[in-house]
Design a protein around this ligand. Structure first.
Ligand SMILES: [Zn+2]
Length: 93
C-alpha cells in the first residue's frame, strides 16, 4: 500500500503528506486519503476514515491533479495531525 510521490500537486490543493510510519496520504481541505488503487488513467484515494463509514473518495491523474471528488459529505470531523521536526505527520487524539 505504499506509493512514492515525487510530484507536487499544483492545483486544487491536494497535498501529499508522509506519516511517521512511512505511509503516504493525500490531504485535501484538511481531510486525508489513503491510496486505494489505480486504473489506466487515474489513481483512486479513499478517505482515511472509511472505517467510520465515510464514503468520500477522490481521483487524481498521473500528474497528481485532482480530477474527481465525490459529492458525499464526510461523516466525521477533520483528523488532527501533528508534525515532527523532520516534516513527518502523526495522528493526534
Ligand atoms: Zn471522510
Amino acid at each position: 500500500m505504499k506509493v512514492e510521490i515525487t510530484a507536487l500537486i499544483t492545483n486544487k490543493a491536494v497535498t501529499p503528506i508522509r506519516l511517521v510510519n512511512g505511509t503516504t496520504l493525500l490531504m485535501l481541505n484538511g481531510y486525508t486519503f489513503w491510496y486505494a488503487g489505480a486504473s489506466k488513467n487515474h489513481q483512486r484515494w479513499i478517505c482515511s476514515s472509511y472505517k467510520k463509514n465515510c464514503r468520500v473518495y477522490i481521483q487524481i491523474n498521473d500528474r497528481m491533479q485532482l480530477v474527481k471528488i465525490t459529492s458525499y459529505q464526510h461523516s466525521h470531523d477533520r483528523p488532527s495531525y501533528g508534525i515532527t521536526s523532520n516534516g513527518l505527520y502523526y495522528k493526534q487524539r
